[in-house]
Write a protein that binds this ligand. Structure first.
Ligand SMILES: *Cc1c(COP(=O)(O)O)cnc(C)c1O
Length: 469
């Protein structure tokens, strides 16, 4: 039998004689205990626990045994394979609310509130009396204070949940009157009409795709009407021969018949923003006569994922006490983040939307200069940023970007931290609008690291093409 021990193999190699049978790869596999004691795994053990790390170690050992991985590369394979959780990404897409990047980034105040709320909190306890208190009353008070026109406020899991709760409580077994121009698909194949029908309500569609009149609504209202719904077309624009009926026009007809008028404004803008004149806001919509406004927390409001319900006190209380409300309840982390968002300073979303053009130009220029000095083809180009996330369709925010060779897109996505830009006309554009100002240095470092992995980065023609764009 051949000697397959390490000294034996060395002897064989030195002697120039191949072993009679290949060495047993199992002999080359380091032991699990020894691997788990490796200092490089100690942090992972503390964060992920022994079971997850051990499983990754065993997967790598199996690879070595199967001859697919060199024993010397085992530890790197383990580190790559450890569950990473969600990773922080620098959003250089120029899309302020990027759904695939988690929509709104929380403010520092909201992040701190979430951290505090992670432990035991008084979310549902009155510390003065020692009794149960209204859940998340701080968040509710902040919401009510932010929208004084809302006599009642409630918060559920997201905008879709807010609509489901309203439709279930107002129109299950009855009709939701809604314009054919407002049958919106919100994303990932989810459609509001399907969502409404899933509550047991029937849709009573009125008007046409491009035109709906007050008479269309009036003719549909009757004993079967559970609610009238206005949906803001938040992710598309219809132009040309169009007409729609506003909340103010509809409010009278609904009030006359005692039918709730529900307005899904989508974006969560609480008050008008001059930058987004077409975007409906909660205060204006309520003043125009809506009984109830529904909106998302993680769009233009810039907070956590949540569904806001604002409006008539009795109606909101009915929704809050509905059995379904318990299934749509938000957790304490959301309530903490929402309260801090509402009370706190300008959110990252607001700052990105209102970013100063001169400042953006200065930051982009500094980044491009730093990269060029290091041999990466980079230049500043004018571009257009967008709101995204189902808000303000058609609105373009004049912006600046650093144009780079497009081949850097993937290595940048795979870097630490990942930087996500957008590829346009053959170049990778990095728009710093949504990158926190303190993080430009991290973007520069990431680009240099990415360029080091591609040989042609410094000479690729992409940047020149973008400069002419
Ligand atoms: C985004 C949006 C929704 C869905 O809200 P989520 O918070 O994503 O559930 C519903 N209606 C409109 C008009 C929207 O813009």
């Amino acid at each position: 039998m051949a000697d397959t021990s390490a000294p034996g193999r060395i002897r064989d190699a030195v002697a120039g004689a191949a072993p009679a049978v290949p060495p047993d790869p199992r002999r080359a596999v380091p032991r699990t205990d020894a691997l788990l004691a490796d200092p490089r795994l100690q942090q992972a053990l503390a964060l992920l626990g022994r079971a997850a790390v051990k499983a990754a170690v065993q997967r790598a050992q199996a690879q070595v045994r199967a001859g697919r991985l060199a024993a010397t590369e085992l530890m790197e394979a383990v580190l790559r394979d450890l569950p990473a959780g969600q990773r922080e990404v620098l959003n250089a897409t120029g899309v302020v609310l990027h759904t695939n990047l988690g929509r709104a980034a929380l403010s520092e105040a909201a992040v701190r509130a979430v951290t505090t709320a992670a432990g035991a909190t008084d979310v549902e306890l009155d510390l003065v009396t020692g009794r149960r208190a209204r859940r998340g009353r701080g968040a509710m008070e902040a919401l009510a204070a932010a929208v004084p026109d809302a006599a009642g406020v409630h918060v559920v899991n997201n905008g879709a949940a807010a609509l489901v709760l309203a439709a279930t409580a107002c129109a299950a077994g009855r009709e939701v009157v809604v314009s054919r121009g407002e049958m919106v698909e919100i994303g990932d194949g989810f459609r509001l009409p399907d969502l409404l029908v899933s509550t047991g309500a029937r849709l009573r569609e009125v008007g046409t795709t491009n035109r709906t009149s007050l008479r269309d609504y009036a003719e549909a209202l009757g004993p079967q009407t559970g609610m009238v719904l206005k949906v803001h077309p938040s992710n598309f624009v219809v132009s040309g021969f169009t007409s729609a009926v506003g909340v103010a026009e509809l409010a009278g007809a609904c009030a006359e018949r005692g039918v709730p008028l529900v307005a899904d404004i989508g974006s969560g803008l609480l008050a008008p923003d001059p930058l987004l004149p077409e975007e409906p806001d909660a205060a204006t919509t309520l003043r125009a006569g809506a009984s109830l406004v529904t909106a998302s927390g993680d769009k233009l409001l810039g907070g956590p994922q949540a569904g806001l319900l604002l409006g008539d006190a009795e109606l909101v209380e009915r929704l809050r006490r509905h059995p379904l409300a318990r299934a749509l309840r938000v957790d304490k982390l959301t309530l903490a983040a929402l309260e801090a968002t509402l009370r706190g300073p300008a959110t990252p979303t607001w700052q990105a939307l209102h970013a100063d053009a001169e400042e953006l130009r200065r930051r982009s220029g500094a980044l491009a200069a730093e990269l060029t000095a290091s041999g990466v083809a980079a230049q500043v180009v004018a571009c257009a940023a967008v709101v995204g996330g189902g808000g303000a369709p058609g609105v373009e925010l004049p912006s600046q970007a650093v144009a780079l060779p497009a081949e850097l897109a993937q290595p940048l996505r795979l870097g630490t931290p990942p930087v996500v830009g957008r590829v346009e006309r053959g170049a990778l554009l990095l728009d710093l609008r949504c990158v926190p100002p303190g993080r430009d240095g991290d973007v520069a470092a990431a680009v240099l690291a990415a360029a080091a992995t591609t040989s042609t980065a410094a000479t690729a023609p992409g940047a020149a093409a973008a400069a002419g764009a």
